[in-house]
Design a binder for this molecule. Structure first.
Ligand SMILES: Nc1nc2c(ncn2[C@@H]2O[C@H](COP(=O)(O)O[C@H]3[C@@H](O)[C@H](n4cnc5c(=O)[nH]c(N)nc54)O[C@@H]3COP(=O)(O)O)[C@@H](O)[C@H]2O)c(=O)[nH]1
Length: 696
C-alpha cells in the first residue's frame, strides 16, 4: 500500500506532463526527476532508481536536498532553485557529485529545465547522466598517460611520431642532449629537411617497408650520425600505427654496444699485446692475397720471423721485459714495411710478413735486409740496452706452395734453416730444407713414448785427473736408439726434447739411472767416484727438480758433493730470481755446480763470481785448437788461471791427443775427458775399465 500523501502527490494536479513522462519512463539509462516549487519529487523514472537507489515510491514527495544532494551542497542548491523560481535565473548544466541512497557519491552530468504548467505552476526537471564509467575511463586514461610519461622519462630511447611521408609530428626524449637538432628545428618538418640525406633516405626506405609489409613485425635498421660528442650509432625501430595512419619510430643510441662489438671483433682478429693482426687474420689475409695473385698471375711471399734467444730473455729478464721487446719489435716491423704489406703476430716471438705485387726476389731480399737492419739497434727496455736479432724464413708463391698453410709451413722451415745458419739472418725455402723439417717432425714424433719403450741408454765418459792419470769420475751422456730412426745423436734430439718439454721426464730418467750406477760403481770399487750430469734450462722450470735431487740423495745415500751438475751460461742470462734461488738450494744441498761449454757463450766472469760454481768446463772447440793456434792456447791458459784464482776446478773436454793433454797438464788443468782416454761407454765397460785401472 502506498502512503496516502504519496498517492496524492503522484496524482497531483501539477503532474500534467504525461506525454513527456511516457518518454522519460522509456529511457532507462538516464535519470529524470521532476520537482515542484518546494523541490518535492513529482516524477522519478526507472533510470533515477537505478542511479540513486531510491524507488519511485521512496522518492516521491521527498525533497531534492534530502534525497540526492550531499550535505555541503544543500544550501547552495536550495538557493539556486529559489533564484530560478523567483528571479528566473536558470541553473546551468554541470558535472556534479551527488549522493546515492547508500551514501556513496554518484558522478553525473546534470541538466535542468523549468516548466510552467497550465496552472501556472513551476516544475523543475533534472536530467542526470551517469558519469561513473566516463570518470573511470578518464582515470584510466590519466593513469596510462602518467605511466607512459614515467616510461618515457625512464627510457633513454627517443620516440618520434611521424606521418607516413616522414613529417615529424611529435617526440619524446628523456634527455634532450640526445637529439640531433633542437626541437624547434624538426617538429612539423620532414626528415629530408633535418637529417643528412643518406640517413633520411634510409629512414624513408624502411618506413615504406613498414607500411607495405603485411606482417605486424617491427622493422629495424641501424644508422650513424655525427653528433657534437663524436660519431654516434643508432638503432631505429619502426612501427606502423595503421589505424591512425601514423608511424612510431623508436630510436636507441647503440654507440656503446657498437664500441663493444668493435672491440670484441678487434680482439678476435688482432693480437692484444702488439695490436698486429693475429694468426687467424694474417692467414686469412694470406688466403686473399693468394686468390688475387692467382687471378692476376702475380707473386706473393711469406716471411716467417722468429726472435733469436727470445725465450732466454723472457725466462731470465721476466715477462714484462719480454712483452716490451715484442711491442717494440712489432713497431720496428711496421716502420720498415710498406702500408700494403701485412705484418702479423703468429704467437710468442713469431711474426709473419706478407708481401704482394713484387717483381723480383731482389725486392724480398731488400725487405729482409731492411728488417734485419732495423733490429741492429739495441732495444732500450727500462733503461737496459738489449741486443736482439731475428731469423727470417722466406717462402714464395707460386714456387714454394699455392695455399696459405703450405707457404706458412715452408717459411717456418726456412726460418729454422736461418737459425742453424747462425741466426740473425734469412733463408729462402728449398726442397732440402723440407727434408730436414720432415726429419725434425719425425724425431719429435718418435721422442714421444721413447722413454716408455725403453729406447734410451746412458753412456759414461771417464774423467781423468791430470796429476795422477787416474779415473776420478764420469759424465753421463744419453744415447737414443729408435727402431724407425736408428741411432739419433743427442745434438739432434736434446734440442727437440727441450723445445717440446719432453726433456723434463727424460732428465729424470738420466738422473735416476746415473745415480743408481754411481752407487753400484762406488760400492764395487770402494772409490769416491764422481758423476757429472747435464741439466738443461727447461728442467729448471720444473718445480719438481729440487725434490727429485733431494729424494735421490736420501734414497741412495750418496754424498751430494760427488754429483756434479753441469749447466750452461744461457740459464743464467738476466739473473732471474728463481734460477738464483734454485742454484743456491742445489749448492746448499751439497751438489757440485759446473759451468759447461765455457768459452762458447758469454763467458761472463761475473756469473762465475756470483753463482756457487765449483767447476769450470772448457769447451772442446778450444781444446781442439790449443796445439794449433795461439789464440785458443791463450784463451785456455787465461781461463785456467782465472778459474784457479776464483778457486774453481778446471776440466777440459774433448781431449783427443797426447799433445793436448801435455799442454793442459802444463797449464795446470785439473781434470780431462776425451777420446784420447775413452769414448763414452756403457756402465759395465766403465766398471771393467776402472777395476782394471785400480788393479794396475
Ligand atoms: N741435458 C742433457 N744434455 C745431454 C745429455 N746427454 C748428452 N747431452 C748433451 O748433448 C750434447 C752432445 O752430447 P754427446 O753427443 O754425448 O757429446 C758429448 C761427448 O760424446 C763429446 N765428446 C767427449 N769427448 C770428445 C772428444 O774427444 N771429441 C769429440 N769430438 N767429442 C767428444 O762431447 C760431448 C760432451 O758434452 P758436454 O760435456 O756436456 O758439453 C752435449 O752438449 C751434451 O751435454 C743429457 O742426458 N742431458
Amino acid at each position: 500500500m502506498l502512503p496516502s500523501n504519496v498517492d496524492k502527490l503522484l496524482n497531483h494536479q501539477y503532474v500534467t506532463n504525461d506525454p513527456l513522462h511516457q518518454l522519460f519512463d522509456a529511457v532507462k539509462a538516464i535519470s529524470v526527476q521532476g520537482y515542484d516549487e518546494e523541490r518535492r519529487v513529482i516524477y522519478w523514472n526507472e533510470g533515477s532508481t537505478s542511479l540513486y537507489g531510491y524507488s519511485k515510491q521512496e522518492a516521491s514527495g521527498k525533497k531534492l536536498e534530502e534525497l540526492i544532494i550531499p550535505e555541503p551542497m544543500r544550501d547552495k542548491v536550495i538557493a539556486a532553485h529559489h533564484d530560478w523560481i523567483t528571479k528566473g535565473i536558470a541553473i546551468p548544466a554541470a558535472e556534479l557529485s551527488l549522493r546515492h541512497k547508500n551514501g556513496h557519491a554518484v558522478a553525473v552530468f546534470s541538466s535542468h529545465v523549468m516548466f510552467i504548467n497550465q496552472h501556472n505552476v513551476k516544475q523543475m526537471y533534472c536530467i542526470d547522466i551517469d558519469l561513473t564509467e566516463v570518470r573511470q575511463a578518464q582515470a584510466q586514461a590519466h593513469f596510462k598517460e602518467q605511466m607512459l610519461k614515467t616510461i618515457f622519462e625512464a627510457i633513454p630511447d627517443l620516440f618520434f611520431l611521424m606521418k607516413p611521408d616522414g613529417t615529424i609530428l611529435d617526440y619524446h626524449a628523456s634527455n634532450k642532449n640526445t637529439l640531433y637538432l633542437p626541437e624547434a628545428e624538426f617538429i612539423g618538418k620532414r626528415m629530408m629537411q633535418v637529417l643528412p640525406t643518406e640517413v633520411a633516405r634510409k629512414f624513408q626506405r624502411h618506413i615504406d617497408i613498414a607500411k607495405s609489409t603485411q606482417q605486424k613485425s617491427i622493422i629495424s635498421f641501424e644508422y650513424e650520425l655525427a653528433m657534437p660528442q663524436g660519431l654516434a650509432h643508432f638503432e631505429a625501430r619502426i612501427n606502423h600505427i595503421e589505424k591512425y595512419q601514423q608511424i612510431m619510430v623508436i630510436i636507441r643510441d647503440i654507440t656503446e654496444q657498437h664500441k663493444t662489438a668493435e672491440l670484441i671483433k678487434h680482439q678476435a682478429y688482432f693480437d692484444s699485446l702488439t695490436d698486429l693482426p693475429n694468426r687467424f687474420l694474417a692467414l686469412d689475409r694470406l688466403s686473399q692475397i693468394l686468390i688475387k695473385a692467382e687471378r692476376n698471375n702475380a707473386k706473393a711471399a711469406v716471411l716467417f720471423l722468429d726472435l733469436d734467444d727470445f725465450k732466454k730473455v723472457n725466462d731470465s729478464l721476466g715477462h714484462e721485459v719480454g712483452d716490451a721487446i715484442l711491442v717494440e719489435s712489432a713497431r720496428r716491423l711496421q716502420q720498415v714495411l710498406r702500408k700494403e704489406d701485412t705484418v702479423g703476430r703468429l704467437g710468442g716471438d713469431e711474426f709473419i710478413v706478407l708481401l704482394k705485387d713484387f717483381n723480383a726476389s731482389e725486392h724480398i731480399l731488400a725487405i729482409t735486409e731492411n728488417i734485419l737492419n732495423v733490429f741492429r739497434a739495441p732495444f732500450n727496455i727500462n733503461g737496459r740496452e738489449l741486443v736482439l736479432t731475428l731469423s727470417i724464413g722466406v717462402a714464395t708463391y707460386p714456387n714454394n706452395g699455392n695455399n696459405a698453410s703450405d707457404l706458412l709451413r715452408n717459411a717456418d722451415t726456412a726460418m729454422y734453416q736461418a737459425k742453424t745458419l747462425g741466426r740473425n739472418t734469412y733463408s729462402f725455402f728449398t726442397k732440402a730444407m723440407n727434408t730436414q723439417m720432415l726429419r725434425r717432425f719425425k724425431v719429435e714424433e718418435q721422442l714421444h713414448g721413447a722413454l716408455e719403450r725403453e729406447e734410451f741408454t746412458l753412456h759414461y765418459q771417464p774423467q781423468i785427473e791430470v796429476k795422477t792419470g787416474k779415473i776420478i769420475g764420469a759424465e753421463a751422456l744419453l744415447r737414443w736408439h729408435n727402431p724407425a730412426l736408428g741411432q739419433v745423436t743427442p745434438d739432434e734430439f736434446i734440442p727437440i726434447a727441450e723445445h717440446s718439454g719432453l726433456i723434463v721426464a727424460i732428465g729424470k730418467y738420466v738422473f735416476n739411472q746415473a745415480l743408481s750406477f754411481l752407487k753400484t760403481w762406488q760400492s764395487h770399487t770402494e772409490k769416491p767416484y764422481t758423476m757429472a750430469i747435464n741439466l738443461s734450462p727447461r728442467q729448471f722450470r720444473d718445480t719438481e727438480l729440487l725434490n727429485l735431487l733431494q729424494d735421490s740423495l736420501n734414497k741412495l745415500n750418496i754424498d751430494a758433493q760427488q754429483i756434479e751438475l753441469e749447466i750452461t751460461e744461457g740459464l743464467l742470462l738476466g739473473d732471474q730470481t728463481h734460477i738464483q734461488q734454485a742454484l743456491q738450494t742445489i749448492n746448499d744441498l751439497g751438489f757440485t755446480l759446473a759451468m759447461d761449454d765455457f768459452g762458447t757463450g758469454y763467458s761472463s766472469l761475473n756469473y762465475l763470481r756470483k753463482y756457487p760454481f765449483k767447476t769450470l768446463k772448457i769447451d772442446r772447440s778450444f781444446i781442439q785448437g790449443i796445439a794449433l793456434n795461439t789464440s785458443d792456447y791463450n784463451l785456455v791458459k787465461a781461463t785456467i788461471a782465472m778459474s784457479h784464482s776464483l778457486d774453481l776446478t778446471v776440466i777440459a773436454e774433448g781431449v783427443e791427443t797426447q799433445q793436448q793433454l801435455a799442454i793442459l797438464s802444463k797449464l795446470g788443468c785439473n781434470t780431462v775427458q776425451g777420446y784420447y782416454f775413452s769414448k763414452p761407454i756403457l756402465a759395465a765397460q766403465l766398471l771393467e775399465l776402472s777395476t782394471q785401472q785400480s788393479a794396475e
